[in-house]
Each structure stands twice: as C-alpha cells, then as structure tokens.
Design a protein around this ligand. Structure first.
Ligand SMILES: CC(C)(COP(=O)(O)OP(=O)(O)OC[C@H]1O[C@@H](n2cnc3c(N)ncnc32)[C@H](O)[C@@H]1OP(=O)(O)O)[C@@H](O)C(=O)NCCC(=O)NCCS
Length: 155
C-alpha cells in the first residue's frame, strides 16, 4: 500500500472530520461509554476549531489513492494534539508513519522530548513506540470526564 503524506488544507475539512467522528464511534467505542463516545465524536461538528487547527498547526494528512486515511497535528512545537486513522485502515502502519513525521518535526523545532495525551485505545500503540506514561488523568470535554494518559518520549 502506497501512503502519501502532505500538509492539510481547508479543502480536507470534510474528510478529516468524518474520520474523526467515525474512528471514535467504531474504534474508540470499545474503551469508553456510549455517552462519552457521543460527546467526544460531536467534536467533529466544531468546524471553526478544525479550520483553526488546519490553518495554525502543523497538520499532516496521510493519503492512499487520493483518499485521506489518517491525520495528526502538532501543537506548541512538540505536543501531538490529535492522531486518528480511518477505521478501515487500522494496523496498516499509517499511524506509525504519522508519528515519525511528528517526531521529526518536534526535533526540527528544537525540542528533545515529544508529548501527547492519548486515549485508552491508543496506549498500546504509543507503548509499542517506546513512549512512557507520565500520568493517568481525567480530561474534561464538554463537561464530561475522559480517562486518558499523558505520554512522552525523548527524541
Ligand atoms: C492509535 C492509532 C492512531 C494507531 O494507528 P495505526 O495506523 O492503526 O497504527 P500502526 O498500524 O502504525 O501500528 C503500529 C504498531 O502499534 C501497535 N498497535 C497499534 N494499535 C494497537 C492496538 N489496538 N493494540 C495493540 N497494539 C497496537 C502494534 O504493535 C502495531 O504493530 P502491528 O500492527 O504490526 O502489531 C489508531 O489505532 C487510531 O486511530 N485509534 C483511534 C483514535 C485514537 O485513539 N487516537 C489517539 C489519540 S486521542
């Protein structure tokens, strides 16, 4: 499978938000309650926020045959704020390559550590890439608590 990577543009917005919604509703569903999944996936509807992310952050999409199959974005130079792979393209290395791109960018930005806060679902993925857990926490989104983990890796 040939995967291409490029910076996102505003035209990618519908595909990006669809992946966000569908991946949460199918992949993350096994680790969170129905209510949590509903609230979290509704973040796809905040188009203004997604536009800002695409415009202001280092925002990369992965493509296979011109279809977006995953994306990730970096905040504050070394903080992975989001990483989602299309539900039909899980476990096909899309995430690993996105992670490498984010790590090189953080290095180029002059950082010697990269951080993220990741879902229960994504923890084994980050663990397999030698990320350490700094702490388990409860993050609040739209008034609802979500268990997740702050992870980091030295670059
Ligand atoms: C986490 C995520 C981005 C990983 O992307 P991916 O493209 O499926 O990952 P890769 O194919 O590159 O996986 C590489 C390795 O990570 C590990 N890994 C990935 N997902 C795993 C899982 N669910 N359980 C155990 N190990 C896993 C495996 O070692 C895997 O190698 P293998 O497939 O040869 O066994 C993807 O599963 C996803 O979109 N998850 C839901 C969204 C999410 O929770 N994002 C996290 C930020 S909030």
């Amino acid at each position: 499978m040939d995967i291409d990577y490029r910076e996102a543009t505003l035209e990618d917005l519908p595909e990006i938000t669809a992946i966000f919604r569908d991946t949460i509703r199918t992949v993350n569903r096994k680790d969170y309650s129905e209510k949590q999944i509903e609230v979290w996936s509704s973040g796809a509807d905040d188009l203004k926020k997604w536009q800002e992310r695409i415009k202001k952050l280092y925002f990369i999409v992965a493509e296979v045959d011109s279809q977006i199959v995953g994306f990730s974005y970096l905040k504050n130079g070394n903080y992975i704020d989001g990483m989602f792979v299309h539900k039909d393209f899980q476990r096909r290395t899309v995430g690993s390559k996105l992670l490498r791109i984010m790590e090189s960018r953080a290095s180029i930005n002059g950082h010697d550590v990269i951080k993220s806060d990741v879902s229960i679902t994504a923890l084994p993925f980050f663990d397999s890439h030698y990320y350490e857990v700094e702490k388990k926490q409860k993050k609040s989104f739209k008034g609802m608590g979500f268990e997740n983990y702050i992870v980091y890796r030295e670059l």
